[in-house]
Ligand binder design. Sequence first.
Ligand SMILES: Cc1cc2nc3c(=O)[nH]c(=O)nc-3n(C[C@H](O)[C@H](O)[C@H](O)COP(=O)(O)OP(=O)(O)OC[C@H]3O[C@@H](n4cnc5c(N)ncnc54)[C@H](O)[C@@H]3O)c2cc1C
Length: 304
Amino acid sequence: MILRRAILAGADSANVRAFVDRYGMQLGGARFVAGTTLDEAVEVLRRLDDQGLLTNTTILGEHVEEEAEARAVADSYEVVLDRLAAARLRTNVALKLTHLGLDFGEEVAYANVEQVVRKAAAVGNFIRIDMEESKWVDATLRIYRRLREAGHDNVGTVLQAYLYRTPEDLESLLDLKPNLRLVKGAYLEPPEIAHPLKQDVDAAYERLLERMLTECSYVAVATHDERLIERTSDLALQHALGLERFGFQMLFGVRTGLQLELLRRGYSVLVATPYGPEWYPYLMRRLAERPANVLFVARNLVKR
Ligand SMILES: Cc1cc2nc3c(=O)[nH]c(=O)nc-3n(C[C@H](O)[C@H](O)[C@H](O)COP(=O)(O)OP(=O)(O)OC[C@H]3O[C@@H](n4cnc5c(N)ncnc54)[C@H](O)[C@@H]3O)c2cc1C
C-alpha cells in the first residue's frame, strides 16, 4: 500500500515524468501499451484477434489543455473507428471523459462523447466510458444516463468497487438495464471515500458482482483476480447466465496465460489494449497496482 502510494505520487513528479517520457517505452512501456501510433496498435490488435481474444483500444491521454484539443480527440476517435471497421477487427473503444474535455464542463464532454458514440453506431461499434478519479463520478454517470436516454444503446460505463458510494450508484442505474464494467479502482482515493484495505475492496467487488450479473444487460468482469474470476463462473452457473450476459476483461500485458486459459474454457475475454504518445499516467497506474512491475522496468534498465 505504501509503495502504491509512492508510485502514484511519483507519477506527478516532473523529474520522474521527464525520465519516463524519454526512456519508458524501451524500459517496459511496450509491455503494457500497444505502441504510440494507430498503425502499431492495429498490428497488435490483429495478433490478439487471431488468438480469439476480443479487444478494446484507447488513445492514451487525459486532462487536455484546451477545448479545441478535446474536439480533436473526438475526431481522432472517429478515425480510429473507421480504421477498426476497415480492418474488420473485433475491437471496441474505451475512452476517458477528461480526454474529451470534461475539465471544460459537462456540455463539452457530452457533445464530444456523443459525436464518438454516434460514429460508433454508424460502424456497428460500442463505446465504453472509463471511470476516473472520484470527483468525476457524478458527471460521468450523468453523461452516461443522458446518452442512454437520448437513445444511444451502444454505450456502457464502469463502476469502481473501492468507492463506498458504488452500491448506491449501481441501484440508481438499474432502470437503464446498463452495460457495466466492474473494476476494483485504480486511483489514489482517501479513506473517507474509498475502502483503504484490499480485502474490503475484494469483498465489495464480490457483493457488487452478484447484483450486477443478475440485473445488468451485460457485465464486463474486469479483473486479474483468479478468486473473483472463479466466483463469476460459479455465479453464472448458479443463475444460468448465458455468455451474452458477461465476459472477462484484462489489461494488455497482464496475466496473458490466464486470458488464454479462460478463452479455452469457452469464456469471452477482452484485452484492453491502449496506444498513443501519452502513455505515462497509464503506465504509472499499472506499476502502482503491482510494484513487482517496477522490478520488470528496472531489469530492462540494467539490460540496456
Ligand atoms: C479491462 C480493465 C479496465 C479497467 N478500467 C478501469 C477504469 O475505468 N477505472 C479504474 O479506476 N480502473 C480500471 N481498471 C483497473 C482496475 O481498477 C485495477 O486497478 C486493476 O485491474 C488491478 O486490479 P485487479 O482487479 O486485477 O486485482 P488485484 O488484486 O490488484 O490483482 C490480482 C492479481 O492480478 C495481477 N495483476 C493485477 N494488476 C497487475 C499489473 N498491473 N501487472 C501485473 N499483474 C497484475 C497480480 O498477479 C495480482 O495478484 C481496469 C482494469 C481492467 C482489467
